[in-house]
Ligand binder design. Structure first.
Ligand code: SF4
Length: 258
């Protein structure tokens, strides 16, 4: 089960040999130009940077195409070659399928459907040489504050959600589940999960916003991301049941169950 989110295009290319699709392995290397094979796009969409604001303004990329990976989430960082915890949030293009293949990749046409307006990470990425991408990878990353009008109801709700539903709070509760006050911690964690879960349709309804934009405003739901702690949520009607994922998650923070 995939539990580690890709943090940016840099999570796709790792080594030259890994980046070369099988049907190109016998060609002479190094490659000097992009052949639009889609190998990078299939490995996940890019994180956005200040340079991408223009495409957002012209609606080339809509808010419903985006999601936020919040501070404290575990992502796989291929530069470091290991999972790392995000110290600041990032905004990414959504993915589909188990690989989180970029939503703008068209498998039929085998190419990017917004190629002329693709984000900066995609423009600088050369799968045969990731130096240019590494140079911009951690610079000028966009966050929600730069994209949401301040002092609006929505901005206040996002800020309140961030305070109440931070990953630090969730992790603290999960760690307490191993201690004598486990029952109380489970109850509080479930409350948090419910709050985070229920807030989204409520905000969409009250502020008349598309539900598809909620993962951008509030990050992905805890019910999904709690996997990074080795837990899963089973839903039984309105009730949530928190259970350990049986599969061992190497190298990640997870709740010891014994
Ligand atoms: S935006 Fe286009 S180029 Fe960038 S990852 Fe998605 S499909 Fe590929």
């Amino acid at each position: 089960m995939q539990t580690v989110m890709k943090s940016s295009k840099l999570d796709s290319p790792t080594t030259q040999s890994e980046n070369i699709p099988d049907n190109h392995r016998n060609q002479k290397l190094p490659r000097t130009h992009c052949i639009r094979c889609g190998a990078c796009c299939i490995k996940g969409g890019p994180a956005l940077h200040l340079e991408d604001i223009g495409i957002l303004k012209t609606k080339g990329i809509k808010r419903s195409d985006l999601y936020t990976i919040r501070k404290g989430e575990t992502v796989h960082n291929n530069v470091a070659g290991k999972p790392s915890i995000l110290s600041e949030e990032i905004i990414k293009i959504k993915g589909t399928g188990e690989d989180y293949s970029c939503i703008f990749y068209g498998p039929d046409e085998k190419g990017c459907r917004i190629y002329a307006n693709r984000p900066i990470e995609c423009r600088v990425l050369k799968c045969w040489d990731t130096k240019d991408l590494e140079a911009i990878f951690e610079k000028n990353r966009l966050c929600r504050k730069q994209l949401i009008t301040p002092d609006t109801s929505l901005a206040h709700i996002i800020s309140a959600h961030e305070q109440r539903c931070s990953y630090l709070t969730l992790e603290t509760l999960i760690n307490k589940m191993r201690e004598p006050e486990a029952e109380d911690a489970v109850e509080k964690a479930l409350e948090l999960l419910h709050f985070d879960h229920n807030l989204r349709p409520l905000v969409a309804q009250r502020l008349e916003l598309p539900i598809e934009e909620m993962d951008f405003f509030f990050g992905r739901p805890f019910t999904t991301t709690i996997k990074m702690f080795g837990l899963q949520v089973k839903q039984d009607g309105d009730a949530f049941l928190l259970t350990p994922i049986e599969q061992k998650i190497g190298g990640l923070r997870y709740l010891a169950t014994n």
